[in-house]
Design a protein around this ligand. Structure first.
Ligand code: SF4
Length: 364
């Protein structure tokens, strides 16, 4: 039976050896200056749990500032969680030091958002894509590394002839391909992609997304794909997790999440997406306009963090942290009223809101 303390994770029926990445109850806050009441802290990630299986792709979606990037940085070891545990291939990354830490970076690599600042402008493409091999002392002689560099460039659909050029000689899409070639150089188990196409022209976004999908299938790499673009996440992800104000509020297979969104925030997010197709929009009802501004992460709302903007909120939502509700195998949502939200999905949100107000007073 789920409880308020249960982390928002899949009720895992996965064999432990299939999990390549596991985050359990991970939280992170940052100092945000002083006020008259003392130091304030931003709650960037709060009690998040996620599993990633070998070779699968997990999409993480949410508005800007919801904690996606902080979570990504913790998953690759660039930030240390305040509490909770992150395991890569069964090893707790907090316990790794020295060579163990270096080995971690062979298993988990990151593709960064900005293809301009993530490549050293003074290095040639050859230097950039072979840098991980040199750091880890693998790849053999310089001739063997040159062969490997050519292979990597071919894998990302760039000509090996380009390896003597510098980053400024490439377009944004090509630079992101170079970043991907560097990230797969050590054949990692997991690739964490933090908004890898959001800085690119729309015309090349699809090419880079398709490249990542094909590399995932070809090389058996697990992908954690972070984005705010629902259409991209839907295209690339086997499973999708939705974040709101530092928490994962719903996780499901991508088909289940887009076909049967059950958390009020997911419903609002999908309803507001211009990419959602017409038939899907019909099943979601009219567009849901969220009321109010997103709350400050320095002072997140009590109980359910979404209660100040939720059409279905009742008094319990402000008082108690919602439980993790299992809706079907692998589909979970963090909500007191998933039945009501699912039942009223497809009706006018104004009607739903009115009925909700009649039966139980809205708070916040
Ligand atoms: Fe949160 Fe309550 Fe809305 Fe569920 S119904 S999302 S618990 S405010």
């Amino acid at each position: 039976m789920p409880t308020a303390d249960t982390p928002a994770t899949l009720p895992t029926d996965l064999a432990a050896d299939e999990l390549v990445l596991q985050a359990t109850s991970v939280s992170k806050t940052f100092a945000a200056g002083r006020t008259g009441f003392g130091r304030t802290r931003v709650s960037a990630v709060d009690n998040v749990s996620l599993n990633v299986r070998r070779g699968e792709s997990l999409g993480i979606v949410g508005e800007s500032g919801c904690g996606k990037t902080t979570l990504a940085r913790m998953l690759v070891g660039l930030e240390r969680p305040d509490s909770g545990r992150i395991e890569v291939a069964g090893r707790d990354i907090a316990s790794l030091r020295g060579s163990g830490r270096r080995l971690l970076s062979r298993d988990v690599q990151m593709v960064f958002q900005d293809p301009y600042s993530s490549l050293n402008p003074r290095l040639t493409v050859y230097d950039i894509v072979t840098e991980p091999l040199r750091v880890h002392g693998v790849g053999g002689s310089s001739a063997a590394r040159r062969v490997r560099a050519a292979e990597l460039l071919s894998l990302v659909n760039l000509s090996p002839d380009m390896m003597t050029r510098f980053p400024h000689q490439f377009s944004g899409g090509q630079r992101q391909r170079i970043g991907i070639a560097r990230a797969i150089a050590l054949e990692p188990r997991v690739l964490v992609c933090d908004e890898p196409v959001s800085a690119l022209d729309v015309s090349v976004q699809a090419q880079v997304v398709n490249l990542l999908r094909s590399l995932q299938r070809r090389l058996g790499i697990a992908l954690v794909f972070i984005a705010h673009d629902l259409a991209v996440v839907r295209h690339i992800s086997d499973r999708t997790a939705v974040m709101y104000l530092g928490q994962v509020v719903e996780t499901a297979s991508t088909a289940a999440l887009f076909g049967d969104p059950s958390h009020p925030y997911t419903q609002a997010l999908l309803s507001a997406s211009p990419e959602v197709d017409r038939s899907r929009r019909r099943s979601l009802g009219q567009r849901i306009m969220l009321g109010g501004d997103p709350p400050s992460p320095t002072d997140p709302p009590s109980g359910c963090r979404f209660h100040t903007r939720c059409l279905f909120a009742t008094s319990i939502c402000a008082e108690q942290v919602p439980p993790v509700v299992e809706l079907s195998s692998g589909h979970v949502a963090l909500c007191h009223h998933t039945d009501q939200a699912r039942e009223q999905r497809g009706r006018s949100p104004e009607l739903a809101a009115a009925e909700t107000t009649e039966t139980a007073p809205r708070v916040g």
